[in-house]
Design a protein around this ligand. Structure first.
Ligand code: ADP
Ligand code: ADP
Length: 239
């Protein structure tokens, strides 16, 4: 059964330029699917249409049997709770601790002048710590995020997505700012998130080799159009 189905999707930011044209694809639960293509192809726009961070102008997106385009504000909030996001530049709050950033993914910032952490329940904090442990960064839980390396910050970003208990994680160029070693750690994690936790991952990448190594399927995007869909093996045959 498909978790995500995109039909005839189109998007333009301005009247004179169509950014996405007639996009069609389906993603099954627990797949890791990569979107590859050159800079400016529309990968980021496409990914952000999935949870309406970018509003689309044509076509239809079905997520978990819900018509994403027709949801009202409250329904959209519920659907977004099932979709985690991971960004190229991590999008953490630098002056907050690692564990506070993770807790925010699920429970929002409980801001007070007395500090944040005291406002979360023990169970909430235990859950956050458990995820940090799973991703091997629990020893940094009480450090400020800006004291961590890029690879460590991205693991915090993934924890923040996971604490939502999402069905789908959208990753927009998650390794584009990382060195090869950290990139491998992050891609290995995303792979195990799809295979072991059963969470579907849709990942924008510009490195074809990485996409081939990790993806169940690859979508090739160029100038706003899908130019390829298939497995790594099929992509090899095409090239
Ligand atoms: P990619 O992720 O493949 O690099 P993007 O989706 O970021 O592609 O961008 C595709 C095109 O859409 C680019 O020409 C970019 O300048 C344009 N674009 C992206 N975001 C906006 C925006 N908010 N307003 C106008 N144009 C945008
Ligand atoms: P990043 O690499 O951190 O994702 P980008 O430079 O791709 O940063 O985009 C930063 C923001 O600017 C995004 O929200 C994107 O939608 C927006 N953006 C990109 N291109 C354009 C554009 N041509 N006009 C307006 N906004 C744009």
């Amino acid at each position: 059964m498909s978790l995500l189905r995109v039909e005839g999707l189109g998007k333009s930011y301005t009247a004179d330029k169509q950014i996405l044209k007639n996009i069609n694809f389906e993603i099954k639960a627990e797949e890791l699917v990569s979107i590859i293509g050159p800079s400016g192809a529309g990968k980021s726009t496409l990914l952000r249409c999935m949870n309406r961070m970018v509003e689309f102008s044509e076509g239809k997106i079905m997520f978990n049997n819900r018509d994403v385009g027709s949801l009202d504000k409250k329904e959209l909030r519920n659907v977004r709770a099932n979709i985690g996001m991971v960004f190229q530049h991590y999008n953490l709050v630098p002056r907050l601790t690692v564990i506070e950033n993770v807790l925010h993914g699920r429970f929002g910032y409980k801001t007070t002048l007395q500090g944040l952490l005291g406002r979360y329940t023990e169970a909430e904090k235990e859950r956050a710590f458990y995820l940090l442990e799973k991703l091997g960064i629990h020893e940094h839980a009480y450090k400020r995020c800006d004291q961590l390396s890029g690879g460590q910050q991205q693991r915090v970003g993934i924890c923040r997505a996971l604490i939502q208990e999402p069905k789908l994680i959208l990753c927009d160029e998650p390794i584009a700012s990382l060195d090869p070693n950290s990139s491998k750690i992050i891609m290995d994690l995303l792979k195990s998130i799809s295979t072991e936790m059963g969470i579907t991952c849709l990942v924008n990448l510009h490195q074809v080799d990485v996409a081939k190594h990790y993806s169940d399927r690859i979508i090739g995007l160029n100038k706003g159009e899908i130019v390829f869909t298939g497995t790594s093996h099929e992509l090899n045959e095409e090239q």
